[in-house]
Design a binder for this molecule. Structure first.
Ligand code: DX5
Ligand code: ZN
Length: 242
């Protein structure tokens, strides 16, 4: 099974297309095209019509997609409760599993459960979720996912307050690493486009979910090479300088 790795100096900016905007009737073809385009992660949005209003896909679809790609599958759980689906998605081939702290009373236990299942673990912060939810779990985290839209739908506009929030989370991660902690990826999700990804990178993100930006800009052959490379190029050209 492929394993994910934190951003490296040779590839410091990872592009994670979200299947939410894919053609679900051709999902295998779509994810193979993303892999051929050089996407770094496959972002897999799971919605339950309870924690968020929309309803998407579950572990069976993850297991169906798994043999079509070698890139890591980054499962974003927008569900409550989370326990059962953590185990089911790990069995279905997920490599990274993130959940929202509001979705469970047992954040620490479920972060541990994700790693026990052999996956990387992450917490997702909604636009209004305060950063103190990170306070006692930094050692349990491989990734922090900041929402720059309210979860539930693709194609929404980037919420500007996510930029100063990103800077604060980047400072927390840097302090954690400076104190001897392991690196933590910082992923941003919602409204990421060619024209704002450089500013998002500058604010401290290293992993970029993009749904409508990718699937709305296919190459003439139906592939996604140009848009994936363009997004990565814009993210990489701005060096962080806080
Ligand atoms: C929203 C999802 C996102 C969404 C991003 O709840 O978590 O991953 O698909 O889509 P865009 O890039 O279109 O905002
Ligand atoms: Zn997502």
């Amino acid at each position: 099974m492929p394993t994910s790795s934190p951003p490296s100096p040779t590839n410091p900016m990872r592009i994670a297309p979200s299947i939410l905007s894919a053609d679900f009737a051709r999902l295998g073809e779509e994810v193979r095209a993303l892999q051929a385009a050089g996407a770094d992660l496959l972002h897999f949005d799971v919605m339950d019509s309870h924690f968020v209003p929309n309803l998407t896909v579950g572990p069976m679809v993850c297991a169906a997609v798994r043999p079509h790609v070698t890139m890591p599958i980054d499962v974003h759980l927008m569900v409550s409760p989370v326990e059962r689906l953590i185990v089911d998605f790990a069995k279905a081939g997920a490599n990274i599993i993130t959940f929202h702290p509001e979705a469970t009373d047992h954040v620490d236990r479920n972060l541990a459960l994700i790693r026990e299942q052999g996956c990387q673990a992450g917490l997702v912060l909604n636009p209004a979720t305060p950063l103190h939810v990170l306070d006692h779990v930094m050692d349990r985290l491989d990734m922090i996912l900041l929402m720059s839209v309210n979860p539930g739908f693709g194609g929404q506009s980037f919420i500007p307050s996510a930029l100063p929030k990103l800077r604060l989370v980047r400072a927390r991660i840097d302090a954690h690493v400076a104190a001897g902690g392991a690196p933590i990826a910082l992923e941003i999700d919602g409204g990421v486009k060619v024209d704002n990804i450089a500013a998002i990178a500058q604010a401290g993100a290293d992993t970029f979910v993009a749904g409508s930006a990718v699937f709305g800009a296919p190459d003439a052959d139906g592939g996604y090479k140009t848009i994936v490379q363009t997004l990565r190029g814009h993210a990489q050209k701005t060096l962080r300088s806080e």
